[in-house]
Design a protein around this ligand. Structure first.
Ligand SMILES: [Cu+2]
Length: 364
């Protein structure tokens, strides 16, 4: 401060000396106005404090003591200090004019001339800020999620548009939105807000959609089909039911009810012509229970999941010729060859042909 006072004193002295040197004390030095801050075309945001600094110098570049400053900020407001703060309420380009008038040079006379300086300041709207919330942010599919972007802000404006991209291709709008995620996955939902000046901001929120817990289904277990082997009171020997339609994965359970019987597939391993699908000839489906002699005794045949589909014929070793034969249809039926049918003894052929025409058992 002291230094400034000294400088001012020197300036006054210089002015006085200048006046003396020109030989005419009435000739005033015009002041020079300049704006040292802010820079021309500098940008600010709405509401931001802009520090304006004006200087007034004499022709030799020294500050003029007592100069009067008058600012016109271009938005209808004024200031009257060398250094003055101002903020703008709207975006735009403003022409700022500083007018400097010189001080009284001596008693009774004033400096007539005045100088102006002019700059332009640019005021931009403050950018909006986006905020996106999701409730819940994780869960099992299908997952219904509520989205909330209402915490988004524009410091000096309003949000005119909320746009949501939910990350799975679906879109929505509004400060609040909801979306159902159908499939499991990690999704990033994006909110884009647009303010009344067209400026945009984005926020994202992650949503984890998990695979729903899989409940165990009994489909793999297959059904078990019970076929009874019996000798009736009037001497008939039967498989009951005589025809069963099953699926790969199912199980056949032959249960002896009465008499002495076998369940034996028609296949070369059992010394018979092929009466089952050829692809099954060397598999466990060329089955033979052996003699079942005790009531309740059983024999199971598991039909593999990849079992050849088709019609499987089987018989009872002691009672084949009496027509104790049966059919198992795995999946889609197939034709039994004429050569096979012609090879059957006694009543077996007639019984099998009858079974082929009949309705297969569907019950368990
Ligand atoms: Cu038998």
């Amino acid at each position: 401060m002291k230094r400034r006072i000294v400088l001012i004193g020197l300036s006054v002295l210089a002015l006085a000396l200048g006046g003396l040197l020109t030989g005419c004390g009435s000739q005033a030095k015009p002041p020079t106005a300049s704006i040292s801050s802010p820079q021309n075309n500098q940008s600010f945001e709405i509401g931001q404090t802009v520090a304006f600094k004006g200087t007034a110098e004499d022709s030799s570049g020294k500050a003029i003591s007592g100069a009067k400053y008058s600012w016109n900020f271009g938005d209808g407001s004024q200031g009257n200090q060398a250094d003055v703060n101002h903020s703008y309420k709207k975006s735009g380009s403003y022409t700022v004019v500083l007018t400097v008038r010189g001080p009284k040079e001596s008693a009774g006379s004033t400096v007539k001339s005045e100088q102006t300086a002019q700059i332009t300041v640019k005021i931009k709207s403050s950018p909006p800020s986006a905020s996106a919330k999701a409730t819940p942010t994780s869960g099992e599919a299908p997952l219904a999620v509520q989205f909330d972007g209402s915490a988004s802000q524009v410091p000096n404006g309003t949000i005119s548009k909320y746009e949501w991209a939910f990350g799975d291709g679906a879109k929505g709008s509004g400060a609040k939105a909801s979306h159902d995620y159908a499939k499991p996955g990690d999704y990033t939902a994006t909110l884009t807000v647009t303010d009344n000046n067209g400026a945009t901001a984005q926020a994202t929120v992650k949503v984890e959609v998990k695979q729903a817990a899989v409940s165990l289904k009994p489909q793999a277990r297959g059904k078990t089909w019970e076929i009874q082997l019996m000798t009736t009171a009037d001497g008939d020997n039967d498989f009951d039911p005589g025809v069963v339609k099953v699926q790969p994965g199912d199980t056949l359970r032959f249960v002896l009810k009465s008499g002495v019987h076998t369940a034996t597939a028609y296949c070369p391993k059992n010394s018979k012509k092929l009466g089952i699908p050829a692809a099954a000839a060397d598999t466990s489906l060329c089955f033979n229970s052996g003699m079942l002699v005790k009531p309740g005794q059983s024999f199971e045949v598991k039909i593999p999941a990849d079992a050849p589909q088709g019609t499987y014929a089987y018989f009872c070793v002691p009672h084949e010729a009496l027509g104790m034969v049966g059919l198992i249809i795995v999946g889609q039926p197939s034709e039994l060859s004429q050569k096979f049918l012609d090879s059957l003894p006694g009543q077996a052929k007639a019984e099998l042909q009858n079974d082929l025409k009949g309705n297969p058992a569907q019950g368990g």
